[in-house]
Write a protein that binds this ligand. Structure first.
Ligand code: SF4
Length: 62
């Protein structure tokens, strides 16, 4: 089965600018203020770069 990226909102402290938004090569992540990022599944290629970047494991590719 193809892997899919999920946001584990409970792992995100939602108190900072998400570093993973800039890491995404296809611009699939966006963030409203300091909220947990949102995924545009039409853009996401499930590369896993964002999940490696997030120190809180709030972006999980599984
Ligand atoms: S898995 Fe890759 S393409 Fe998808 S949101 Fe994360 S960095 Fe972007």
């Amino acid at each position: 089965m193809e892997k899919k990226l999920k946001i584990v909102v409970g792992n995100c402290p939602q108190n900072h600018k998400c570093p993973a938004v800039k890491v995404c090569p296809v611009g699939a992540l966006s963030q409203n203020g300091f909220e947990a990022p949102q995924i545009d599944y039409d853009k996401c290629i499930a590369c896993g770069k964002c999940s490696k970047t997030c120190p809180k494991k709030a972006l999980v590719l599984s």
